[in-house]
Design a protein around this ligand. Structure first.
Ligand SMILES: NC(=O)c1ccc[n+]([C@@H]2O[C@H](COP(=O)([O-])OP(=O)(O)OC[C@H]3O[C@@H](n4cnc5c(N)ncnc54)[C@H](OP(=O)(O)O)[C@@H]3O)[C@@H](O)[C@H]2O)c1
Length: 202
């Protein structure tokens, strides 16, 4: 598929004031959201036949700070291509199975067009680059209730439909997009309520 025809998906958890991070890490502990993230980003796209062998891997694009915020034993995140964006080349001492690139366009080129889904997974600097790219047509939002003293923020309020061009899709469309039966309505974990939502733009 030509790079200009790619369709990128941002996956992010934000507070109502668009907070996403604090002191280099996630401000909340929501295991249900982490396992949703893992399942959704691993699942092959609906267009891929289950018999495709070897299965096409989805791609995760992230900033260097987000990559290093993942505990070493969990990175690269398994069963997905991990593409890390940094202005510097990968440190010589650091040699794992991730792919390092020096720009967002290079990340898209490295993700390629082999049919796997391409997810942009943060953090704030990389979300900004993704939301400025017209190929980003889907935002899988985990909307988190409460404020957590965040110091990193998502750049666009996709819920402000009149001004941003983004529109929330219904629950059935969310389930079809992620390929699983997402429970409707609010979830609650560790005293924090949150919702799984899908926003799209043409
Ligand atoms: N709530 C969520 O869903 C979620 C998801 C992901 C992350 N987070 C949080 O977000 C925070 C991290 O976000 P962040 O904004 O500080 O960092 P980030 O976006 O993860 O990474 C920033 C780094 O990306 C590289 N970079 C940025 N723009 C670039 C460009 N145009 N060209 C080349 N490289 C570029 C630079 O790496 P170098 O410095 O190496 O050059 C920069 O320091 C953490 O708190 C994390 O927990 C939250």
């Amino acid at each position: 598929m030509a790079l200009q025809n790619l369709n990128l998906t941002v996956i992010v958890a934000t507070t109502h004031s668009l907070g996403i991070g604090k002191s280099g890490t996630l401000p909340w502990h929501l295991p249900t959201d982490l396992s949703y993230f893992s399942r959704v980003t691993k699942r092959p796209p609906p267009s891929q036949s289950p018999s495709t062998s070897p299965p096409v891997l989805n791609t995760l694009i992230m900033g260097r700070k987000t990559y290093f915020s993942i505990p070493p034993k969990f990175r690269p995140l398994p069963s997905r291509r991990n593409i890390v964006i940094s202005r510097s080349s990968r440190p010589d001492s650091f040699n794992d199975a991730s792919t390092w690139v020096t720009s967002f366009p290079d990340a898209i080129a490295a993700a390629g067009g082999d049919g796997g889904r391409i997810f942009v997974i943060g953090g704030a600097e990389i979300y900004k680059l993704a939301m400025e790219d017209e190929r980003t047509r889907n935002v899988l939002l985990t909307r988190v209730e409460g404020e957590f003293g965040c110091d990193r923020f998502f750049p666009v309020d996709v819920r402000d439909e009149g001004n941003t061009g983004w529109a929330q899709r219904g629950h059935e469309e969310l389930c079809a997009f992620v390929g699983e039966a997402v429970p409707a309505g609010a979830r609650e974990e560790n005293g924090v309520r949150f919702w799984f939502e899908l926003y799209q733009r043409p």
